[in-house]
Design a protein around this ligand. Structure first.
Ligand code: ATP
Ligand code: THM
Ligand code: ZN
Length: 197
């Protein structure tokens, strides 16, 4: 039977990596063969480790380009796990399709949108291919409700590719995002590409 693709998305701090690692744990408990990949760009916690905001850790293979995963996938593997998919090039879709055709289950986690509310393209393509989509929420940094679907950038750097954590980004609900953006605070107040057209 062909493999199944599960895609976990949401804003920062919503527990995407935590959920990814909980699926990995299930496969490990069953003594299944697994591999966890992360993009080389994400150096927040060092190169060959995936770590959650609550401190959970797992050994990972760090790769720059999606096709660099292929040499690691020669022997039979039961499930492949990929974190921070938004940072991978679009060839990730080809790699994932190949794995599914080879009966490998694939679990992906990543941001659906930038802090400007623009979709991350690789995540978007994976969502289209997914058998199951899990959309996570975080606790809104402003109002404290468990309804944060967006990430707001509190630093002034306007770049949509900018690795970082709490010093740069907060999770917010849509109402609080709009209030913050209206106040002109932080890079998110610049609006999305669509607004700027
Ligand atoms: N605003 C918040 N809402 C929810 N959890 C938070 C928040 N801030 C910190 N946390 C912590 O973050 C943990 C989730 O971390 P995790 O690394 O799984 O998130 P993530 O969605 O993968 O984040 P990122 O996109 O930054 O990698 C929660 O279990 C909680 O301990
Ligand atoms: C929201 C957002 C996060 N990031 C980064 C911060 C973290 O390193 C990672 C999210 O886990 O993505 C961006 O590069 N651009 C964005 O728009
Ligand atoms: Zn809020």
């Amino acid at each position: 039977m062909s493999g199944k693709l599960t895609v976990i998305v949401g804003p920062m701090y919503s527990g995407k990596t935590t959920e990814l690692l909980s699926y990995l744990e299930i496969y490990k408990l069953g003594k299944k063969k697994t591999l966890l990949f992360k993009p080389a760009l994400d150096v927040r916690y060092g190169t060959d480790v995936v770590k959650t905001h609550s401190g959970l850790e797992a050994q990972a293979v760090s790769v720059e380009f999606s096709k660099d995963m292929l040499p690691h996938l020669q022997e039979k593997i039961d499930a492949v796990f990929i974190d921070e998919v938004q940072f991978f090039d679009k060839d990730l879709i080809k790699v994932v399709r190949k794995l599914l055709d080879e009966n490998v289950n694939v679990f992906c986690a990543g941001l659906d949108m930038t802090f400007k509310q623009n979709p991350f393209e690789t995540t978007m393509l994976l969502l289209a291919l997914a058998n199951e989509v899990i959309k996570k929420r975080a606790v809104c940094h402003v109002c404290g409700e468990h309804n944060a679907t967006l990430t707001y950038k509190i630093s002034d750097n306007d770049s949509e590719i900018d690795v970082g954590g709490k010093e740069k980004y907060i999770a917010v609900c849509r109402d609080c995002y709009n209030k913050l953006a209206g106040s002109g605070h932080g890079a998110s107040s610049g609006g999305s590409d669509e607004d700027n057209r």
